[in-house]
Design a protein around this ligand. Structure first.
Ligand code: CIR
Length: 256
């Protein structure tokens, strides 16, 4: 069975962290409606959606991806790079505890789950404004016994590694090469975003299908031209908070 953990949009989302975007007013009711449609899309793709209540005092708490990395064998609780986001971890730890042994990143390590791209047994970890070498070293130690390699990848110009590159098929990535050097992904097939859509590299793969922002039709056509099935969602309000589609869920499998 496939689980998707999500968290309701905080009423404080207007006070979210912003790194590369100017602050714009966020319509909280519209953000909630968009988030519900996103959850429905996850359910339509076979996920049992578990929704945590909104955290009124944690503006970015809808972005659950950043506080944990869930692998088959265990889950890593992150230590988010933005201090304001560290209190988000406790509730996600409780949500994951029934499903996975938990391991927590310790100071001075910082990592956001948005910087962690897993392809098979390789974890690519963005070296970004949020994630550092100390966290990568801790992940390496925990994951080596499980057969994973952990590789740091410099990211520039965007928030997270997964703003720049995500997996869209078994051995295929969707990438904006202006923000990450494709040399890190030798051996994998690459689909480039349309140059007019720099934010278009973030797709959420659920099973063999993709959840994808409606805002990037030209890149969507590139994905469909490769035979990929794309379900679009409007995430305009969450995008104003520098979020996209991978960041609003933790999707993983459990034994039935
Ligand atoms: C932040 O800056 O932390 C949030 N406003 C956005 C986080 C988006 N997370 C993600 O793409 N994984």
């Amino acid at each position: 069975m496939r689980i998707a953990i999500t968290r309701e949009v905080s009423p404080a989302i207007g006070r979210c962290e912003l790194t590369h975007l100017e602050r714009q007013p966020i319509d909280v009711e519209l953000a909630r409606a968009q988030h519900r449609a996103y959850q429905a899309c996850l359910a339509g793709l076979g996920c049992r959606v578990e929704t945590l209540p909104a955290a009124p005092e944690l503006p970015d708490s809808v972005f659950v991806e950043d506080v944990a990395v869930v692998l088959d064998e265990l889950a890593i609780l992150t230590r988010p790079g933005a201090e304001s986001r560290r209190p988000e971890v406790a509730a996600i730890a409780e949500a994951l505890r029934p499903y996975r042994p938990l391991h927590a990143i310790q100071a001075p390590g910082t990592v956001d789950g948005g910087d962690v791209l897993r392809v098979g047994r390789c974890l690519y970890v963005g070296l970004s404004s949020r994630s550092n070498a100390a966290a990568i070293e801790q992940m390496r130690e925990v994951l080596a016994p499980h057969g994973y390699t952990v590789q740091g990848v410099p990211v520039a110009g965007c928030l997270h590694l997964k703003s720049a590159v995500t997996q869209v098929a078994e051995a295929t990535l969707l990438i904006n090469r202006a923000w990450v050097d494709p040399a890190a992904f030798a051996g994998l097939e690459l689909i480039e975003v349309d140059p007019a859509e720099p934010y278009a590299a973030n797709a959420l793969r659920v099973g063999e299908e993709l959840i994808y922002p409606a805002a990037f039709p030209a890149t969507r056509r590139r994905l469909e031209a490769r035979g990929l099935t794309v379900h679009t969602v409007d995430v305009s309000e969450l995008a104003k908070a520098e979020g996209a589609v991978t960041c609003c869920s933790l999707v993983f499998e459990i034994a039935e």
